[in-house]
Design a protein around this ligand. Structure first.
Ligand code: FMN
Length: 139
């Protein structure tokens, strides 16, 4: 089963999480800002933060460009200072495009200005990695 990990970050948290997931799966994390071409994959991990409770427009633009012919299933890994916000618009867009999205979404605490500094911490990143790896066992 093949997979890819993409991320979009403003302050580095999603990059950190995506790179940890990628390393554990012996691959590289792709930065959406570089407009990566995602090939045919069984699993696409989409790692992103939330800003004003919304996804970055570039994330939504990227998802709009994905083809259901290439992506069998997407999995969302999300960070926010609140720690429980979800990439709802990304999920909706994937569904609109006919791409299956797992119902489970990993929500990770981030930080904002001086609130919750230090998040995501090592333990949270390890949990994100364990969550992501669990999909490879299942599929
Ligand atoms: C401009 C901006 C707006 C944010 N707005 C929110 C918000 O509305 N709610 C929240 O819980 N976190 C908010 N955050 C915190 C981010 O969601 C959190 O730090 C996340 O981990 C950022 O991911 P990133 O480092 O990959 O960009 C905001 C952060 C920034 C920079």
């Amino acid at each position: 089963m093949n997979h890819a990990i993409v991320y979009l970050t403003k302050t580095g948290h999603s990059k950190k999480i995506a790179e940890a997931i990628a390393e554990s799966l012996s691959t590289s994390a792709l930065d959406i800002k570089t407009r990566p071409e995602v090939g045919e994959v069984d699993l696409l991990f989409i790692v992103g933060g939330l800003y004003g409770k919304r996804s970055d427009p570039m994330m939504l633009e990227f998802v709009k460009g994905l083809s259901p012919k290439k992506i069998k299933k997407a999995v969302l890994v999300t960070s926010s200072a609140a720690g429980d916000l979800k990439q709802s618009a990304v999920r909706a867009e994937l569904s609109n495009r006919g791409i299956a999205v797992d119902s489970k979404e990993f929500c990770c605490k981030g930080s904002f200005l001086f609130f919750y500094l230090g998040h995501p911490n090592q333990e949270e990143i390890e949990k994100a990695v364990a969550f992501s790896k669990s999909f490879l066992k299942k599929e």
